[in-house]
Design a protein around this ligand. Structure first.
Ligand SMILES: [Zn+2]
Length: 435
């Protein structure tokens, strides 16, 4: 891109020089070109990389900050000095194998017999970078690459599975996860989609530094036709302080149930709530099981099944390490045998937040989470409860919401399904395909 532009500029330059008829035009051109060249600085990490020799690499096994600098001809007393001065901003022992780093050398130093770098930049993740500058005085700081969000739309018609449809269109599978887990988890069973079901989404892609694709950021609105039902979903922030974002339909009804079905994904129920359970090791005496056990590998994240406040996060006897969450006056949930808790007492958690990890602490024969469901102070079987829908939108917000979604819904409705071939569907679809 940049090269092409420079070539174009060069061509313009040559042609202007060749004619030499209108001098003022030539001066104008030169000015413009100077401006363009000025704009085309290669900016990264807050440096104009044109001014440096740039050496990029990744942290290898056994690498340390000291060794990297030593390889680049910096002596040990200086390395020690740099490490000491930088340590308040970044712990140089935290370099991770596989993460990229960049060394900047001043262009002048390239004339030296032994060129030495003056800046070390480490990227602990895609967005963050740590700069340790030791040109004159030593200083270190952490910064973030600029993020841009690009709004996009997509449509799809299911032939076999949603993953397949997305794959064929070159779309991110994250769209499927988001629709299945975040938006329609309680209204559509994604394992039972039908041929001809179709969807439209307005979503945002995230880019780092304008160029590095960092995945689907969020879905702003979606429309799903399943089994002849039309389901709209609009993302809306209901609590800016707690950062609660929910999906609602066109009538401002929450698409979510108050509780997740399970506190762990991809788990299997190894033991249900059973007041008459008899266990061999206890001589077949009745040992009621007032929880539901979800077997999952050690370290699997455990999620809060609903929004609430952590009332206990501790270790005690047979429960092992556990977390208890109060959701409202009626309901509390408890998660036992964790390897480690991830929340503290008093913390507010949102549905789906990670509150700990599956383990084997307390009385347990294998890694699982014992999920206990409390209703009015009594333990009950969550699978036998008629669980409420998630909190409805407040009356004051409802007006705002209904106003907010008007243009978005219009946009959704104006997106055409792009498939060329008409799909023969046996299920009645309430609307004609938009063509
Ligand atoms: Zn249990």
């Amino acid at each position: 891109m940049q090269l092409k532009r420079l070539i174009a500029i060069a061509v313009i330059l040559i042609s202007t020089y060749a004619c030499k008829e209108d001098n003022s035009a030539e001066v104008e051109y030169k000015k413009e070109i100077a401006e363009i060249v000025e704009e085309e600085k290669i900016l990264e990490f807050g440096f104009n990389l044109n001014n440096y020799e740039v050496k990029r690499d990744t942290i290898k096994k056994g690498d340390s900050f000291g060794e990297i600098l030593e390889r680049n001809n910096i002596g040990y007393p200086r390395i020690y000095n740099i490490a000491e001065k930088a340590k308040d901003s970044f712990d140089i022992r935290k370099l991770q194998v596989g993460r990229p780093y960049t060394l900047l050398f001043s262009k002048e130093s390239q004339n030296d017999s032994i060129p030495t770098p003056n800046t070390f930049i480490y990227q602990p993740d895609q967005e963050k970078y740590v700069v340790i500058n030791f040109k004159d005085t030593i200083h270190a700081y952490t910064s973030r690459k600029p993020i841009t969000y690009v709004e996009k739309t997509a449509t799809g018609i299911i032939q076999s599975s949603i993953s397949k449809t997305l794959e064929e269109k070159g779309l991110s599978q994250r769209l499927a996860y988001k629709m299945a887990d975040d938006i329609y988890a309680w209204t559509i069973d994604f394992r039972r989609l039908q041929k001809g079901d179709r969807f439209k989404v307005i979503y945002t892609d995230k880019y780092i530094d304008d160029s590095i694709y960092a995945g689907v950021h969020n879905i702003k609105a979606a429309y799903f036709e399943h089994n002849g039902d039309s389901l709209y979903a609009f993302e809306f922030e209901t609590d800016s302080i707690k950062g609660i974002v929910d999906f609602f339909n066109e009538d401002a009804k929450n698409l979510r149930r108050a509780f997740l079905k399970a506190p762990v994904q991809f788990s299997r129920i190894s033991s249900r709530y059973n007041l008459k359970r008899r266990i061999a090791v206890y001589g077949y005496k009745v040992r009621p099981h007032k929880g539901t056990d979800f077997a999952a590998p050690r370290g699997t994240p455990i999620m809060a099944t609903a929004n609430g406040t952590v009332t206990e996060s501790r270790r005690r006897g047979g429960n092992g390490k556990y977390v208890k969450i109060r959701h409202n006056d009626t309901y509390s949930t408890q998660y036992l045998h964790m390897s480690k808790q991830a929340v503290k007492k008093g913390e507010f958690v949102k549905q789906g937040d990670i509150i700990g990890y599956v383990g084997m602490t307390g009385n347990t024969g294998g890694p699982h989470v014992c999920y206990r469901f409390w209703k009015n102070g009594k333990q009950v079987d969550p699978f036998r409860q008629k669980l409420p829908e998630a909190k409805p939108i407040s009356d004051s917000l409802k007006v705002k919401y209904l106003d907010y979604i008007v243009p978005i819904k219009q946009r959704l409705d104006n997106i055409f399904f792009l498939e060329a071939e008409p799909i023969e569907v046996e299920n009645t679809i309430t609307e004609d395909p938009i063509l």
